[in-house]
Design a protein around this ligand. Sequence first.
Ligand code: LMR
Length: 394
Amino acid sequence: MLSTLKPRPADKILELMALYRDDPRDTKIDLGVGIYKNADGETPVMRAVKAAEKQLWETETTKKYTALSGDPAYGDAMKSLVLADSVDHARVGAIATPGGTGAIRQAFELAKLANPDVTVWTSNPTWPNHVSIIKFMGLKNESYAYFDEASCTVDFDAMMESLKGVKAGDLVLLHGCCHNPTGANLTLEQYGLVADLIIEKGATALVDIAYQGFGDGLEEDAAATRLLASKLPELLVAASCSKNFGIYRERTGCLMAMSETAEQTPVTQGTLNFLNRQNYSFPPDHGARLVTMILNDDVLKADWMAELEEVRLGMLGLRQQLADELKRLTNSDRFDFIAGHRGMFSRIGATPEEVMKIREDFGIYMVGDSRMNIAGLNSKTVPLLAEAVAKICK
Ligand code: LMR
């Protein structure tokens, strides 16, 4: 049987991780995979996470199964973190999932169960694994215009024009904040117009929110998701705790499904539980438990928020430094958008050849579409990157 298998194309982001690892230059800079790194290039365990782990070690008396949904307290904590009071929580079902990717996968599974003929609409570009999973599941995929390559900002008119093709029963995937890979985001007003269009078409929105707290702030980054929840009759939200809690390997995500009425919730929740059971049964608990402990403890929560804010402001500072440095070196405002982008990434509009040349000549690794992880920089490496970009990008 196994001999019938064919080699699979490597994931571009993960492939880049290996290329970087194998580069012997000690001046190399990794701007690839979306992992936060501090100025020393480390990804430390956050203080509140360490404290919660210590508490958990001291107090946990059993490792028996929780529930198919994961511990309901986790779902409640995530509803409060992401949706706050934008919607009656009785309308929202929730399951713990293995990471944000698990939540995305389960969202597609849910959509497929509800409408086997569903078309999933994704932004052009989007996180490549969105499209990969959609195709792997045999679902239909359409992309909607999003990024204007010339200005490196959102082309909203083109986006609305292409979303005119959405049909009743389709699923429209939106990034809740910190668009991956571009860093270019919709305004709240634009999210509102997209919501109106989704209502008009009778489609459902799926929000992927993987970087809450990395853009304009914890509350600000959830504002679009909350607006959609308050306007739309139904909403799916796939949230990740990998980045904002720094618990990547614990695989901690959450899928929330908001039904039109609270009466529908038991069936929606039951379906979510069923999907967990079919795919991996009980979801992982450790990361979810840490998140729940932190969000439900005022002291831990305050410390987590403070550290997250340091991370966010650090990345904003690097963005500004890079934009300033590029302004100086190119004597133009061509790269000003870098300071206006939000989140961990910016797509800087370099060609694949330029990206390759920057990698070969300077040992600076960004994804082939010219997505760079801002958190891979520090104040000393920003000038090196700026020099490389100014020299190579014509
Ligand atoms: C990324 O986009 O780099 C992250 O979401 C990590 C991943 O799994 O690709």
